[in-house]
Design a protein around this ligand. Structure first.
Ligand code: TRP
Length: 334
């Protein structure tokens, strides 16, 4: 069975864009592959953060993922498998400074930090972020990594690191992880349909997957349908985005009926929004119910994930034993 690995940062909320763009796919892949899914708290230390918040968000993300249908045995918390850091150091020694300076995410995040403070502190951790990501992937010998296009460059770096390691030590040890790009609907911000749904843009710009029904309905009701762009007679980005959401929620009957209205020039935006709100609420209400049920049993769920991380750690430790052997690190054998 081929191995799939992917990870997510504990950002605090999970929104519809994260769900349709990643998590829904992760859930499906579990039927076909051996899957490892990580909540990467070490990665979240690369930008300014608060320790209490980090721990809270890490567990929150675990509960969210479980509520969406990720199987507990496939889920781990990165820092409970500290071998990721050891491998990251070793791989860092087969990664060049030049490669890392070319990472666009590093440049973007550095800029983001400097926007608020021109002398902002840019850590070695932020610079080395992609090496840790390579370690996440290679430590489980992952064959496939489901990621969005924004992670393509990091994945290519992971492949280069694997290749260089294999070449340097004269052994085909690491697999060459391939990205798994799945057609996923592009989910846009309800407040600005020219932008992707995203947490970093602010609260108006994303619909929380675990949000309260009344708030979610309100957000959809006030979604921007007309941004004043020249229409060229075509559908506006906002209206198209609402139709895309209906399709993403699998509400094809409503989608087709409203599309017929649109073609006939008789579409009422209020009807479209009402349908979208019903579809989204129908999708997320069961998630929230499961989340609340898991929360009610917090302690045993936490234990379960601690155990799962421990089991997954055994695989990581096996890799490190082999890597230590290959790279000549201290061993009682010598
Ligand atoms: N960098 C990824 C992101 O921002 C998160 C991530 C960390 C990741 N390690 C990974 C994704 C390993 C895939 C595989 O989305």
């Amino acid at each position: 069975m081929k191995t799939v690995l992917s990870c997510i940062q504990p950002t605090g909320d999970l929104h519809l864009g994260n769900y349709f763009g990643a998590v829904q796919n992760w859930v499906r892949l579990q039927d076909e592959y051996k899957c490892f899914y990580g909540v990467v708290d070490y990665h979240s230390m690369t930008m300014p953060y608060n320790p209490v918040q980090l721990r809270e968000n890490t567990w929150k993300m675990v509960f969210y993922l479980l509520a969406c249908g990720i199987k507990p045995e496939n889920l781990f918390i990165q820092s409970l498998v500290p071998e990721h850091i050891e491998l990251s150091w070793i791989l860092g020694c087969t990664t060049s400074y030049g490669e890392l300076t070319r990472m666009t995410q590093f440049k973007d995040k550095t800029e983001q930090l400097r926007e608020t403070d021109k002398d902002a502190f840019v850590s070695l951790g932020l610079f080395a972020y992609p090496v840790l990501q390579a370690a996440d992937i290679l430590i489980y010998h992952a064959d496939y990594v489901p990621v969005g296009k924004d992670q393509e460059q990091h994945l290519e770096l992971s492949r280069n690191i694997a290749q260089r390691f294999n070449h340097q030590f004269g052994k085909e040890y690491f697999a060459h992880p391939e990205p798994l790009f799945t057609e996923t609907p592009k989910i846009l911000s309800p407040a600005d349909p020219n932008k992707k749904m995203s947490k970093s843009l602010g609260e108006k710009h994303y619909i929380n997957l675990f949000g309260e029904e009344t708030r979610v309905r309100k957000q959809i009701k006030s979604a921007v349908t007309d941004t004043g762009e020249p229409s060229n007679g075509g559908m506006s980005a906002g209206v198209k985005s609402l139709f895309d959401l209906l399709r993403a929620c699998n509400s094809m009957d409503a989608h087709d009926a409203l599309m017929a209205d649109y073609s006939a020039g008789a579409l009422k935006y209020s009807d479209l929004k009402e349908s979208v709100a019903n579809a989204v609420v129908g999708l997320i209400n069961p998630f929230r119910e499961r989340f609340e049920a898991l929360q009610a049993d917090k302690k045993s769920v936490k234990n379960q994930i601690q155990d799962a991380s421990g089991e997954i750690r055994k695989r990581a430790q096996q890799t490190l034993r082999e890597v230590r052997e290959i790279t000549g690190l201290g061993s009682l054998k010598g």
